[in-house]
Design a protein around this ligand. Structure first.
Ligand code: SAH
Length: 220
């Protein structure tokens, strides 16, 4: 049985990670506080645990099974910071993955709806997050369509590289709501921030180059 405890050593590693993220430009104390609290090493998949446990608090991505990766802590922090998530915000996350970003949003006090396309990841994250005490509503399905029944949202975060901006997601934003989404079909994508100005208008800002696994289109 692997030792999957959260210890003072892990806390020390998290403090270093927070300092590193601060040095890289993350200033939102709510985001840094969340990252300082969440045991990222417990999000590593069982079969990868031994290989990655020592690196869980480095600013790197690692595999979470099913050919997917957990995002770099900097990327999670950056997307969350740009959304300016506040306590009580209703947030839609596309790409639950291992649930680490979900945990960050929970620590900030958001009410979270999270969609994952791969059933195994959806099941695993749902179980893990409830065990760790992070509450969210998890959906297995296609993120391109969002969740019309639960819209509108204050914030939407897409954690996979999308070939285009899903129109349904823009339509599911509240007025003044924000969507952060990496766009591009190659190995890297451009981070885009959309803000809904009114029923029909959105502002758009490009925020630099990032690297994500692709957002998959459901052919079914
Ligand atoms: N937020 C995650 C990052 C996971 S990587 C974390 O913190 O670990 C991106 C995830 O998006 C993958 O799990 C992938 O399966 C999922 N994904 C890709 N295309 C999708 C789609 N169309 N709808 C929902 N999820 C999708």
């Amino acid at each position: 049985m692997l030792n999957r405890e959260d210890t003072y050593r892990h806390l020390g590693m998290r403090k270093k990670l927070v300092a590193e993220l601060r040095a890289k430009g993350i200033q939102d104390e709510k985001v840094l506080g969340a990252i300082g609290k969440i045991p990222r090493h417990l999000f590593i998949e069982e079969s990868q645990f031994t290989a990655f446990v020592e690196k869980a608090y480095s600013d790197i991505a690692f595999p979470i099974g099913n050919d997917q990766t957990i995002s770099h802590p900097f990327t999670v922090a950056f997307q969350t910071q740009m959304l300016e998530v506040n306590r009580g915000d209703v947030v839609l996350e596309i790409g639950t993955g291992c649930g680490y970003q979900t945990a960050v949003l929970y620590e900030i006090g958001a009410k979270i709806f999270s969609i994952e396309r791969i059933r195994a990841l959806h099941d695993r994250s749902k179980t893990l997050l409830s065990k760790l005490g992070y509450r969210a509503r998890f959906f297995h399905g296609d993120g391109y369509k969002g969740l019309p029944l639960h819209a509108p949202f204050d914030k939407i975060v897409v954690t996979a590289g999308a070939p285009l901006v899903p129109k349904d997601l823009l339509q599911q934003l509240k007025i003044n709501g924000k969507l952060i989404i990496p766009i591009g079909e190659g190995k890297t994508q451009i981070m885009n921030l959309f803000i809904r100005k009114n029923e029909t208008q959105f502002s758009r800002q490009e925020l630099g180059s990032f690297r994500f696994v692709p957002m998959l289109i459901n052919k079914a």
